[in-house]
Write a protein that binds this ligand. Structure first.
Ligand code: NAD
Length: 475
């Protein structure tokens, strides 16, 4: 069986106590890799390595150009190793291999290229003064950044979390999710091959609560925590970080509203809405899991939507044709399945879908669920969409905003004025009009309410990863 090590201080290593755990392939439901299980001692040695690499190593001082060269080389190597990286996430969590090859791995390489170049090209402010002084801002690396990642887009979100701090000269300790350890260790090995100095990118494998994840966040030797995961975990990490006043950036859960107005072009709205809820088997923070359709087109839309949901190819994620693989783990499969009991109890009509083979849930469409039911209010994180109707713009906005989350929303309409009005009225970090999942890495990304703290992307990432210093000089 494959062994997945930690990568600490430039070396692939076992845990100091020799403990390992298994990564289960959710399609075969059998272990496919053995993984080093980090303890407090492994968290500590990663912190020591990252601290030393920052305080004494060349990385923070080598300059934007030299760092960018290494990060571009890493991106090249990731593209060269696309098959190995794609297999890693597919076997760890069941994501269709075609998605990995076409989307996740190329985007992961792009994350490094983009932030390496953005950091190099960004200008810094200088302020003309009336007092005869020259003032300017220096963006200095913050230090040691702990990045804690979820399992739903393992490699893609890990690179999104670590590319900015690395580009601005920080050192990093990455803790991948325990369900998806493999691609992170491969990437860290490739970073060494690309010429990244030891200790700059460390990967510590293991669990979260009462384990390496928590121990890393409790360390007084770190300078930043960037986290993507559940809102409840965000609360626990915020408590740990507050003890040492460590700044945090959180990208948390979501329950995205998708508003389809009667004037929408259904040939666009149906395929985008399908993609918004069923890609990655609905295990997407940005999923359009609350679908609201205007009265006048409700039946016509639902008919087309259900027909499209039935067309999706379910199966072995290693098969290039598969669009919906299994859910990521047995625990997660049980969690998603439990919502079918909740729907049976609380209401809503299931038009298509249900539980499939193994740990698979078929694309499921539920119409007219009560708005206060668990399945409408809670993040299911599976291929299950709750469809309700609305009449008029005001009701649409009210329904969309009736949630503790606020990561994103979608609006389908052919009216330009309505599109701008509704986009402005929605409480969300991102609003997509007549599209979904289109990203530009310069734009702010994050959520309001329980969906997060702070923004990442472009200059927003720079704010978080650096300590801006004001220099004031007498002329
Ligand atoms: P999770 O919160 O269970 O775990 C995420 C990571 O946190 C894992 O690496 C885990 O080991 C670690 N962890 C858990 N408890 C910890 C603790 N006390 N201290 C330190 N680390 C700890 O989330 P998940 O189930 O892996 O991911 C799914 C969640 O992530 C969903 O809620 C989804 O919406 C959210 N998500 C959000 C975004 C976004 O951009 N907003 C993107 C992807 C996923």
């Amino acid at each position: 069986m494959k062994f997945v090590p930690h990568v600490i201080d430039g070396r692939e290593v076992e845990s100091l106590d020799g403990k390992r755990f298994q990564s289960i392939n959710p399609y075969t439901r059998k272990p496919w890799a053995e993984v080093a299980m980090g303890s407090r001692m492994d968290a500590e040695r990663a912190v020591v390595a990252a601290r030393r690499a920052f305080d004494e190593g060349p990385w923070p001082k080598m300059g934007y150009n030299a760092r960018a060269k290494i990060l571009h080389r890493l991106a090249d190597l990731m593209e060269k190793h696309v098959d190995e990286l794609a297999e890693a996430d597919t076997c760890d969590m069941g994501k269709p291999i075609t998605d990995m090859k076409v989307a996740d791995v190329p985007r992961s390489a792009h994350n490094f290229r983009f932030f390496a170049d953005f950091a190099k090209l960004a200008s810094a402010e200088s302020f003309p003064s009336d007092t005869g002084h020259h003032m300017y801002t220096r963006y200095e690396p913050a230090g040691v950044v702990v990045a804690i990642a979820p399992w739903n887009f393992p490699l893609m979100l890990e690179t999104w979390k670590i590319a900015p701090p690395l580009s601005w000269g920080n050192t990093v300790i990455l803790k991948p999710a325990e369900d998806t350890p493999t691609s992170a260790s491969i990437m860290a090995k490739l970073a060494l091959e690309a010429g990244m100095p030891p200790g700059v990118l460390n990967v510590v494998q293991g669990f979260g609560p009462e384990a390496v994840g928590q121990f890393l966040t409790e360390s007084p030797e770190i300078d930043r925590i960037t986290f993507t995961g559940e809102s409840a975990t965000g609360r626990a990490i915020a408590r740990a970080a507050s003890a040492n006043l460590i700044p945090v950036s959180f990208e948390l859960g979501g329950k995205g509203a998708n508003l389809v107005f009667a004037d929408a072009d259904l040939d666009k709205a149906v395929p985008w809405s399908i993609r918004a809820i069923f890609s990655n088997a609905g295990q997407v923070c940005l999923a359009g899991s609350r679908l609201f359709v205007e009265d006048r087109i409700f039946d016509a839309f639902v008919e087309k939507f259900v027909a499209a949901a039935k067309q999706m190819v379910i199966g072995d994620p290693l098969d290039a044709k598969t669009q919906v693989g299994p859910l990521s783990s047995e625990t997660h499969f049980k969690k998603v399945s439990s919502y079918f009991d909740a729907i049976a109890k609380e209401g809503g009509e299931i038009l298509t879908g249900g539980i499939g083979d193994g740990w698979t849930v078929k694309p499921t469409v539920v119409v007219n669920p009560p708005l206060n039911s668990r399945a409408v209010r809670e993040e299911i994180f599976g291929p299950v969409v709750m469809v309700n109707r609305f009449s008029g713009e005001e009701e649409a906005v009210r329904l969309a905003n009736d949630t503790v989350y606020g990561l994103n929303a979608m609006v389908f309409t052919e009216s330009l004025r309505r599109a701008h009005r509704v986009a402005a009225a929605l409480h969300a970090g991102t609003v997509w009009v007549n599209c979904f999942f289109i990203r530009d890495l310069r734009a702010p990304f994050g959520g309001v309410g329980d969906s997060g703290i702070g923004r990442e992307g472009g200059s927003y990432s720079r704010e978080f990863c650096t300590e801006p210093k004001a220099v004031v000089m007498e002329i």
